[in-house]
Design a binder for this molecule. Structure first.
Ligand code: XIL
Length: 353
């Protein structure tokens, strides 16, 4: 069943020295960071120490999403996201914002309250309030997340989201313009997933995303970057270096920077032996990063979490044998795994920006 996966059994993933991921990244003009949750950093000292050691960028895993900062239609609550912003600042990490416009994580009241008459006001108010709150403290904003879904069957491949339904196709441009008006210094990013592999579905997404980015640029929209989430599947084959590099080069040719925003390697369908699993996962980390870091427009790599103890994969992609998932660079005791070596090796191997 797993024979299609690269055989890494003889690969040693050797790394020279103990230099942290952030320092290896910095040496190449790159940044390395991870997604975090305030409660985890507070309750687990070892996680906190590891974060400070490894990362020079931090992004809230969910504590900046609509349902977390909008308890009611009239209130904003920045308590947890502020803690994360402060933590990042006091440990010399850049802070990313995720995310201003998404079809998911909308509060329960959203469905009751928001309609096509008031949706524009809600969108503008939300973006203005949140970007103003963090003005001057944000490296980059995922302004719009996951707006493309070719399977929804529209000719423009836009996802049938509440925002599209209420505001029409220009909601994306409106979101970027609103964010830029309030925080003209932040890097404004379009972020999406499911485009990394060489198959018709991912290909359709790459094509549609490129079209969207071209359209936004041609209309003078203030967009500065593309975020490629990169939730990779441990059991999936079909990383096509040439196609991926061509896609990244096309994005870069629009004058956009590229960020790998949510990297992890999902081990849901891999063999139960954790040693073998770790090798396969590490192999994918290294192969993938070697491909994408070849493109000089790629400026940052963020993993979606740092330790296997705290990962969305446990809930969203659990294993059928019930054993703990192992998608991230550190294990659940904050010990570095082969995936850490793989990332370190890819940074060491990357051309300098
Ligand atoms: C996930 C979080 O990690 C979970 O904790 C949350 O409950 C659901 O969302 N793409 C994204 C992220 O853009 O916001 C998602 O994060 C993972 C997929």
């Amino acid at each position: 069943m797993y024979s299609q996966v690269l055989d890494n059994s003889s690969k040693e993933f050797k790394v020279f020295g103990k230099t942290s991921l952030k320092d290896r990244a910095t040496a190449k003009g790159l940044m390395y960071g991870a997604a975090a949750v305030q409660d985890d950093l507070v309750s687990n000292k070892d996680l906190k120490t590891s974060f400070i050691r490894e990362c020079n960028m931090l992004v809230p895993d969910y504590q900046l999403k609509w349902d977390k900062i909008r308890p009611t239609s009239k209130k904003f609550d920045f308590t947890k996201s502020d803690w994360l912003a402060q933590f990042a600042q006091s440990h010399n990490m850049l802070f990313r914002g995720h995310t201003l416009v998404w079809h998911q994580a909308l509060p329960v009241w959203f469905q009751e309250v928001v309609n096509c008459k008031n949706a524009e006001n809600f969108l503008l108010e939300h973006i203005t309030t949140v970007t103003k709150h963090y003005r001057g403290r944000i490296h980059s904003w995922d302004v719009v997340n996951e707006a493309i879904e070719p399977d929804d069957g529209r000719t423009d491949s836009l996802r049938k989201s509440p925002w599209l339904e209420f505001l029409g196709v220009d909601y994306i441009e409106l979101a970027f313009r609103t964010a830029a008006a309030t925080d003209p210094k932040a890097m404004l990013v379009y972020n999406d997933y499911g485009l990394e592999y060489d198959n018709p579905k991912d290909e359709a997404k790459r094509t549609a995303i490129l079209k969207l980015l071209e359209r936004l640029k041609s209309r003078g929209t203030p967009i500065h970057g593309f975020g490629m989430q990169s939730h990779l599947m441990g059991h999936q084959t079909g990383l096509n270096a040439k196609k991926l590099r061509n896609f990244l080069a096309d994005v870069a040719s629009l004058g956009l920077k590229i960020l790998i925003t949510e990297l992890d390697v999902i081990d849901q369908k891999l063999t139960s032996d954790p040693i073998v699993r770790d090798r396969i996962v590490a192999g994918i980390y290294e192969d993938y990063l070697n491909i994408v870091l070849d493109e000089r427009a790629v400026i940052a790599v963020l993993t979606w979490g740092l330790s296997d103890k705290y990962t969305w994969v446990s809930n969203f992609f659990p294993r059928s044998d019930k054993s703990p998932v192992r998608p991230l660079p550190l294990d659940s005791n904050m010990k570095s795994k082969l995936a850490w070596n793989a990332i370190a090796r890819a940074f060491d191997h990357a051309p300098k920006r």
